[in-house]
Design a protein around this ligand. Structure first.
Ligand code: NAD
Length: 484
């Protein structure tokens, strides 16, 4: 085992609970990396108690003081970027440049949290002579943050900096497939001065998640993962009257018009479908090619073929994921689609046990095929051919998901038309991965998000605070009136 076992972190102490344990594997080699405890309601209970104990003092600390911890945390993320990125590479498999980008994004998320004191100033108005109404924001209480495997460093940082800046203690439940980065997040925040109890980590899977959803001491839950589990978590957490924002899976469509710039489009589409081995909720999954686009597809194929597994594209997360993804490619081929670039036989010398798939481009996919409908979550692009932009939009909008959509064109009118009509929460023009950056908020529509508000940026302020409306009368001469 290359790393020590992952431990829970409760009330400032790292603990190994007496629970069943799960082995954690290195996706690049298929070898044992660590093991992770499968916590139960008992460990969740202890984490909630520790968070509740820390809550009053943390909530009473002025926000300008709370964010001083985050200024230091951001500097520590930057100081340790090489080590943090290599940990992400070890547990998730993504290549070094992608892992570094992930940690840099965590720093950007923290930078936004540092700016919260400038944004969450309250409101005040003299509503009648001597009578003042004001609105102030208060923390909601203990919040749970449940995260997926694909961004072990960044997705926890979607929630942690904003939630704690706004005065809430957090209980992080990382994906059991990638439990290692959580420890460094805790250690760096402690080094930055976060008081014990403000951040807990409870490792595990379904049991831990269910206990978090059920616990009466938790006020709010953020979840990021598949749509299937997002629905379960949203229903369960809200059934116990918690706030919940649950981000789900995706099936992102890129519409490519014949007038699109060949080089820019090919580079963006290939980067979007193959980056992080296609394991991004913003990854291109379907390209809807409108009329004469053969020249762009040919250039994409050249670029995808030139990518070297192990160097330019990392492995997928598990042997099971690899098998599932290859199953989708096999099925599409049998159904009559054309495999233009085939990554099924990818092998990396010296890492034969790794879960590699090379970039795969499949042309002449039809909308009824499973590969056109399901989230594949691998470096695979299905191309569907259409005659015009309305047909392309109809294909995009038939998907139950609604995370991202993009159009590639030189025509501003077409670009605006697609941006208006696409049923997705994040849309782009000539951008393969249209992730909004802070202060803008991240969040999809339809089956890609359940709950109100967004998880990052300004949208998260509503999620992590509750507004108190205060009416005061200090002027003794203020008369009584109809609303006294
Ligand atoms: P997942 O749904 O399998 O797991 C997410 C979390 O839920 C993990 O912490 C896991 O332990 C827990 N979990 C798993 N099964 C559970 C169950 N039955 N009951 C309760 N909890 C359970 O997702 P994943 O495979 O780790 O991540 C990939 C998915 O996440 C993809 O669908 C991807 O699109 C999605 N994702 C979405 C976004 C977004 O912003 N919308 C961002 C990143 C990833």
């Amino acid at each position: 085992m290359k790393y020590a076992e992952a431990q829970n972190h409760i009330g400032g102490a790292f603990l190994s609970p007496e629970t069943p344990w799960l082995d954690v594997f290195d996706p690049s080699r298929g070898t044992l990396l660590s093991r992770v405890p499968l916590s139960t309601a008992h460990e969740v209970d202890a984490a909630v108690s520790a968070a509740q104990a820390a809550f009053p003092a943390w909530a009473a600390t002025p926000i300008k003081e709370r964010v001083q911890v985050l200024y230091r945390y951001k500097a520590l993320l930057e100081r340790d970027i090489a080590e943090l990125a290599s940990l992400v590479t070890e547990e998730n498999g993504k290549i070094d440049s992608e892992a570094r980008a992930e940690v840099l994004k965590s720093a950007e998320l923290t930078e936004f949290a540092c700016s919260l004191p400038q944004i969450v100033t309250g409101e005040v108005l003299e509503v009648s002579r001597g009578v003042e109404c004001r609105v102030e924001r208060f923390p909601v209480g203990v919040v749970a943050c449940i995260t997926p495997f694909n961004f072990p460093n960044m997705v926890p940082n979607w929630t942690i900096p904003n939630a704690i800046a706004l005065g809430n203690p957090v209980i992080l439940k990382p994906s059991e497939l990638v439990p290692l980065s959580a420890r460094r997040i805790v250690e760096l925040l402690a080094e930055a001065g976060l008081p014990p109890g403000v951040l807990q980590v409870v490792h595990g899977g379904q049991d831990a998640v269910e206990a978090l959803c059920d616990h009466p001491g938790i006020a709010a839950v953020s979840f990021v993962g598949s749509t299937k589990v997002a629905k379960i978590v949203y229903r369960r957490a809200t059934s116990t009257l918690k706030r919940c924002l649950a981000l789900g899976g995706a099936k992102n469509h890129l519409i490519v018009m014949p007038d699109a710039n060949t080089e820019m489009t090919a580079a963006n589409v290939v980067a979007s479908m193959s980056g992080c081995a296609g394991q991004r909720c913003m990854a291109a999954s379907v390209m809807v090619a409108v009329s004469a686009t053969d020249h762009i597809i040919a250039r994409m194929a050249e670029q995808a073929r030139a990518m070297v597994p192990g160097k330019d594209v990392g492995p997928v997360i598990s042997a099971a994921a690899r098998e599932r993804i290859i199953g989708y490619i096999d099925e599409a081929e049998k159904a009559g689609a054309t495999i233009v670039v085939d990554g099924r036989k990818a092998i990396v010398k010296g890492q034969e046990g790794g879960y590699y798939i090379g970039p795969t481009i499949i042309d002449h996919v039809t909308p009824d095929m499973r590969i056109a409908q399901d989230e594949v979550f691998g470096p695979v692009l299905a191309i569907i051919r259409t005659k015009n932009v309305d047909d392309a939009l109809a294909i995009e909008n038939a998907s139950p998901y609604g995370n991202a959509a993009s159009v590639f064109t030189e025509n501003g009118g077409v670009a605006r038309y697609v941006m208006e009509k696409a049923q997705a929460g994040m849309v782009g023009v000539n951008v393969g991965v249209p992730v909004p950056r802070e202060p803008f908020s991240f969040g999809g529509w339809n089956d890609s998000k359940f709950g109100v508000g967004d998880i990052t940026g300004r949208g998260s302020i509503e999620l992590w605070t509750q507004a108190k409306k205060m009416t005061t009368k200090w002027n003794k001469e203020a008369g009584t009136n109809w609303m006294s």
